[in-house]
Design a protein around this ligand. Structure first.
Ligand SMILES: [Zn+2]
Length: 114
């Protein structure tokens, strides 16, 4: 039995609702972006990799939601996972991950708390 669609969809939903500061998305943008995030996760993107890819160089974007959807549509193949650092966050390689759905890096989590 593989992963079931509803669980993956809820990961995509959480991903979109927990983007960094400045990336608050409207409900309509979340609805547009959710299947694209879902597809990216199925294609092998890790949530942290995907988030870094989508929000890079975007400080001050006038329409973050529109840019985000465009980036999702133009998303390349996922980067290969580093074989010796399967669970390390690229930004916080020395920090452990928290438990839970995403296994989010504790450093990234702390950043999100502001
Ligand atoms: Zn991190």
């Amino acid at each position: 039995m593989g992963p079931v669609a509803p669980a993956l969809e809820s990961v995509a939903d959480q991903f979109l609702r927990l983007l960094p500061e400045g990336w608050r998305l409207s409900e309509s943008t979340i609805r547009r972006a959710r299947p694209l995030v879902d597809a990216a996760l199925k294609a092998g993107w890790a949530t942290e990799q995907l988030r870094s890819e989508l929000v890079r160089d975007m400080i001050g974007a006038r329409s973050p939601g529109g840019v985000l959807v465009e980036r999702l549509r133009a998303l390349p193949a996922p980067p290969p996972a580093a074989p010796s650092a399967t669970s390390a966050c690229a930004e916080h390689p020395s920090v452990g991950r928290r438990g839970g759905l995403w296994g989010e890096c504790a450093g990234c989590w702390a950043n999100r708390q502001g």
